[in-house]
Design a protein. Structure first.
Lengths: 111, 114
């Protein structure tokens, strides 16, 4: 069955550093991968989409890579700020309108 | 513009009862999806509706049902509640022609089953 794994440990980093989150998957061939941010008690907010034929996407201080051979996506937050503290979710999708989410990685940025 | 709205915000039910959760999508969005998020886990896909038709269904029992109305709002119904149904229920909408399924989520309904 499909399995999506994100960093098992929470990530604590110093302000200004780069946070790198991983999303690994098995038994799945997604057509695209998305990253969302979720704050406590709120719904997820869409951040970035990367398609299966794309290697890298950037948006402001965010960068996503997608390696379909390794079955892995990396999500980078550069020049991190305390306001970046949240849980980050990866989600995989194909042509069946279902999004499959990982459990998320909690990031805390210390001032 | 208003985002996705959900009601109620919180709900407490007892085992065996029935619950109805409501969702209004972003204006202009015709697709509504429902997700269940248990504490410490990611959202799990339950249903997607588009133009009042079910377009996708996740691995949930038949106790879960949904429908979409002509104004594109949606209801999620859960019968014979179990303790394990306690979760945050998220509704998300997306626009027509959104091939990559970018979801706009509401704040969720927190359901507690006692």
């Amino acid at each position: 069955s499909q399995k999506i794994e994100q960093n098992s440990e929470a990530l604590n980093i110093q302000e200004g550093k780069t946070a790198t989150l991983t999303c690994n998957y098995t038994n799945y061939s997604p057509a695209y991968l998305q990253w969302y941010r979720q704050d406590p008690g709120r719904g997820p907010v869409f951040l970035l989409l990367i398609r299966e034929n794309e290697k890298e996407k950037r948006k402001e201080r965010l960068k996503v890579t997608f390696d379909t051979t390794l079955k892995q996506s990396l999500f980078h937050i550069t020049a991190s700020q305390p306001a970046d503290s949240a849980t980050y979710l990866c989600a995989l999708g194909s042509n069946d309108y279902k999004l499959s989410f990982g459990a998320g990685t909690t990031v805390t940025v210390r001032a | 513009d208003a985002g996705v709205t959900q009601s109620p915000t919180h709900l407490i039910k007892t085992r065996g009862q029935h619950v109805t959760l409501r969702c209004s999508p972003i204006s202009g969005h015709k697709s509504v999806s429902w997700y269940q998020q248990v504490l410490g886990q990611g959202p799990q896909f339950i249903f997607q509706y588009y133009e009042k038709e079910e377009r996708g269904r996740g691995n949930f029992p038949d106790r879960f049902s949904a429908r979409q109305f002509p104004n594109y709002s949606s209801e999620l119904n859960v019968n014979a509640l179990l303790l394990g149904d306690s979760a945050l229920y998220l509704c998300a909408s997306s626009w027509e022609g959104n091939s990559y399924n970018e979801q706009f989520f509401g704040p969720g309904t927190r359901l507690t089953v006692l």
